[in-house]
Each structure stands twice: as structure tokens, then as C-alpha cells.
Ligand binder design. Structure first.
Ligand code: HEC
Length: 127
């Protein structure tokens, strides 16, 4: 076989492969996506509306002001914090996020949150 015939044969094979390939892709593109089937699901969400138990003023203030934007879980999940840290936290909630609690309630809130946090927090990390 001379060189030009060989080259023609190779070129023809390449064209054949390209045509077959694009035909296969076109067939795949026409296929329908699987139908979407909607079904009702029952999902149990974690409770996010817990308040602080107790009737002392600190508990009532915390239930009023500290679960407005997030759940009690945000406080439950803290490690044991010092009184100063709680004071800083309340200040941060007021200044950074707009918590409407007045500064006059800081002391009772710090007392309550400190007691609550040290009762609820894991004892292994108590200081
Ligand atoms: C105006 C909304 C708002 C109020 C009211 C509020 N918080 Fe927050 N709090 C936030 C936001 C926003 C975050 C940050 C959430 C995050 O990072 O995912 C946060 C986070 C926290 C955290 C996690 C630590 C941190 O600093 O990010 C603690 C603890 C906390 N708040 C305690 C309190 C306490 C105690 C009160 C009541 C005095 C309070 N929050 C009231 C908005 C609020």
C-alpha cells in the first residue's frame, strides 16, 4: 500500500470514529432525565424553644432576653465561663448584635448565667 492510500485510510477511520462518537452523544442528550417524585417527610427538629427554668429574676431575664435570637443551646453549649466572661458576653450581645437588655440587668444576669453554666457544663472541665 502506498503512503497516500495509507494516509487516506487513516483519515477516513478518524472521520468514522468522530461521526460515531457524536451520534452516540446526540442519542444520550435526547434521553429524558429521571422523573422527580415528591414525597412527604416527617422530620423531627431539635427543640429550639427551651427557656430557663426558675422564677428568680435572673432566670426570667435570661428567658426574656437571651433566647430572642438564638436558642438556649447557645448558652448550654458553653464551657464553664467566669463571671467576667459572662459579663463580656452580655455586653457583646448588646453592642454587637443589638440585644435590648438594659445594663441595669447585667448583675442579675451574670449571677444567673454563671450559676446555670457551672451546673449545666460538664464537670470534667470545671475550674
Ligand atoms: C439580638 C440578638 C441576640 C440576643 C438578644 C442575644 N444574642 Fe447571643 N448571639 C447572637 C448572635 C448573632 C450570636 C452569634 C451566633 C453565631 O456565631 O452563630 C450569638 C452568640 C451567643 C453565644 C456564643 C458565643 C459568642 O459570643 O458567639 C452566647 C454564649 C450567647 N450568644 C449568649 C447570649 C446571652 C447570655 C444573651 C442574653 C443576655 C444573648 N446571647 C442574647 C445574637 C443574640
Amino acid at each position: 500500500m502506498c503512503n497516500s492510500k495509507l494516509i487516506t485510510l487513516i483519515l477516513l477511520s478518524m472521520v468514522l470514529v468522530a461521526v460515531t462518537h457524536s451520534a452516540t452523544r446526540a442519542a444520550a442528550d435526547n434521553s429524558q432525565p429521571p422523573p422527580i417524585v415528591l414525597q412527604s417527610q416527617k422530620i423531627e427538629l431539635p427543640r429550639g424553644n427551651l427557656k430557663f427554668e426558675g422564677s428568680e429574676p435572673g432566670a426570667r431575664s435570661a428567658s426574656t432576653y437571651c433566647v430572642m435570637c438564638h436558642s438556649r443551646g447557645m448558652i448550654d453549649s458553653q464551657p464553664p465561663l467566669s463571671r467576667d466572661a459572662w459579663k463580656t458576653e452580655i455586653h457583646k450581645m448588646r453592642t454587637a448584635y443589638g440585644c435590648p437588655v438594659s445594663e441595669g440587668l447585667d448583675e442579675e444576669l451574670v449571677d444567673f448565667l454563671y450559676q446555670y453554666n457551672h451546673k449545666a457544663a460538664p464537670s470534667a472541665s470545671k475550674q
